[in-house]
Design a protein around this ligand. Structure first.
Ligand code: DX5
Ligand code: ZN
Length: 556
């Protein structure tokens, strides 16, 4: 089984999001909200599943990507730039006269398949391409992204009947189900699920029994898959399932958040079609750089029933699952090996983050890949330039993300510098590896500060994972040190309620992130910018919470 290509996809999505912000802010208009709700969908397509050649955009056998909700063109163009169709700098011409990159996709831009200006028509167009492919006996696939506001158009439902009638199994539709259209919430304008009484969109999220969109498509004869549209592994899994489904078209209903990844844009109808101000852009970029993941370590649980520990991670909504492999040699203890990982793999799609505390990582590397690891981290103490080079190559070839770990007493070895630009994950151990439940070594903070310039100078663009003794007291400072993924053994899996523990971890990190962003706002533009930043957070209780932090820190 191949890996998920997790960090590769993630890094490209991040870059694409930054380009959306850059291009819309420079244009002074555009649609960031809907570009961000479909960001992960496009990421999984462009960097994993879609067959295309940016140097030959009209290649006959390419898969076709139809962006029916064409107002989200900044999202499409940004990914096309990251994927190599044109230089990223061209995004600066968005919505300008003479530019190929307009407010809606246009065929004059090579690689664009469809002019998505009028909503409701892209699915019909896709049916045409898919039918033609069948007639011509071609194996390429058609992927179409429609919006939920767009689903008000009757033509969508005519197309739904048609695709089922012609058994278009070469067509996969993504519904970007973000619950918001131009003027308001979809469930108020024209409900696809149940009508929303009142103004609190979170009501719709809480109660899955109110979701009726899937039933509608099912009744039209479609294969319906329903997923969290921001989780890479779920999108990947759904695309694979869709490709295996014969005789019917598939729709993947992706529950998404409009403006996802920028707090003040999230779930806020204002950001459907509005560009961020230029003075806010640096803060948004910092926020985008500060997305984080929580990774419970299952060895802190019942070692005789790791299956159950994985289930607890799934119920707890872990971002990925940290698997501590110990061989009884590199560290005195023994936990499990690739055979166990293979047994656990069918239980969940959540990425497996395998931390190999073993003496000869190269020897069994392929077994760990085949077992279904998505991220594999090996220790610098047992590698050298040549073995790590080989490890890195094998992992990249198999779409497994590459991690390097150093023990508390280990410095980053000079041979590793050359690998830093391509390294996906770095673990700076904050306990002596060997068991869970140890105390966080406070000197790790100092080590992180020392490593920071080295990593910058050597173009490290990966994610730092904090591992060992991380808990609610220190997770904020680990974030401040630069860590973006957080392993929790005893502080998460060791707790009775894993879901609650993960939620608290997230709150702690989020609080630290908000504080950090306020400090940066103050640095860039004093209390005026701080107030402006706070004022953007209009949905829910965010403004109150952020104001409180700003007051506590004396920033306003
Ligand atoms: C240590 C492992 C850690 C550890 C995490 O050898 O790599 O992942 O088990 O557990 P806690 O959070 O309890 O230190
Ligand atoms: Zn670990």
């Amino acid at each position: 089984m191949l890996g998920l290509n997790y960090y590769h996809i993630k890094k490209n999505i991040l870059q694409a999001r930054k380009l959306v912000i850059k291009s819309t802010s420079l244009a002074g208009s555009g649609h960031p909200g809907g570009s961000f709700s479909m960001a992960e969908i496009l990421g999984c397509l462009f960097y994993k599943h879609l067959r295309f050649d940016p140097k030959n955009p009209t290649w006959e056998d390419r898969d076709r990507l139809v962006l029916s909700k064409g107002h989200a063109s900044p999202g499409l163009f940004s990914n096309m730039a990251v994927a190599g169709y044109f230089p990223e700098s061209e995004l600066e011409t968005l919505r300008k006269f003479e530019s190929r990159l307009q407010g809606h996709p246009d065929l004059k831009c090579p690689g664009v398949e469809f002019c998505g200006g009028s909503l409701g028509t892209g699915l019909s167009y896709s049916i045409g391409i898919a039918l033609a492919a069948k007639i011509d006996n071609k194996s390429h696939h058609v992927y179409t992204i429609i919006g939920d506001g767009e689903s008000d158009e009757g033509q969508i439902w005519e197309a739904a009947m048609t695709a089922a009638k012609y058994k278009l199994d070469n067509l996969t539709v993504f519904l970007d189900r973000n619950f918001i259209q131009q003027d308001s919430y979809t469930e108020q304008v024209m409900p696809l699920d149940e009508e929303l009484i009142g103004d609190d969109i979170s009501e719709m999220w809480k109660d899955a029994s109110r979701w009726k969109t899937g039933d509608k498509w099912r009744s039209f004869g479609w294969n319906v898959l329903e997923i969290d549209g921001h989780r890479i592994e779920q999108i990947d899994g759904a695309i694979k399932k869709a490709n295996q489904t014969k005789g019917v078209p598939t729709i993947i209903i992706c529950r998404t958040i409009k403006g996802n990844a920028v707090e003040h844009m999230e779930d806020n109808p204002q950001w459907h079609g509005k560009a961020p101000d230029l003075d806010i852009v640096p803060l948004i970029n910092l926020e985008l750089d500060a997305q984080f993941m929580i990774a419970p370590s299952i060895i802190a649980g019942d070692m005789t029933n790791l299956e159950n520990e994985v289930k607890r991670c799934v119920n707890g909504r872990a971002d990925y699952i940290h698997l501590d492999v110990m061989d009884g040699h590199f560290v005195p203890a023994k936990t499990f090996d690739y055979n166990k990982i293979k047994e656990l793999r069918p239980l969940t799609l959540i990425p497996f983050d395998a931390h190999l505390m073993i003496s000869q990582p190269l020897r069994h590397l392929r077994d760990y890949v085949d077992a279904g690891s998505d991220i594999i981290t090996v220790h610098a103490e047992v590698c050298d330039e040549s073995s790590f080079g080989e490890i890195s190559d094998v992992l990249k070839q198999n779409q497994v993300s590459v991690g390097l770990a150093i023990n508390p007493e280990t410095d980053l070895p000079p041979w590793s510098y050359q690998f830093l630009p391509k390294l996906d994950q770095l673990i700076v151990m904050s306990v002596v590896p060997g068991k869970s439940g140890q105390k966080y070594i406070p000197e790790t903070h100092e080590k992180m500060r020392y490593l920071d310039p080295i990593l910058k100078e050597n173009n490290f663009r990966g994610y730092i994972e904090a591992d060992g003794g991380v808990n609610l007291e220190n997770v904020g400072s680990c974030y401040a040190d630069g860590a973006r993924s957080f392993v929790g053994g005893s502080a998460i899996i060791g707790q009775h309620n894993v879901r609650e523990a993960i939620r608290e971890f997230r709150h702690k990190v989020l609080r630290r992130r908000r504080k950090n962003l306020l400090e940066q706002a103050h640095k860039f533009g004093g209390s005026e910018l701080v107030n402006k930043w706070i004022g953007l957070h209009v949905v829910g209780k965010k403004k109150e919470k952020i104001t409180k932090i700003a007051q506590e820190e004396g920033l306003i």
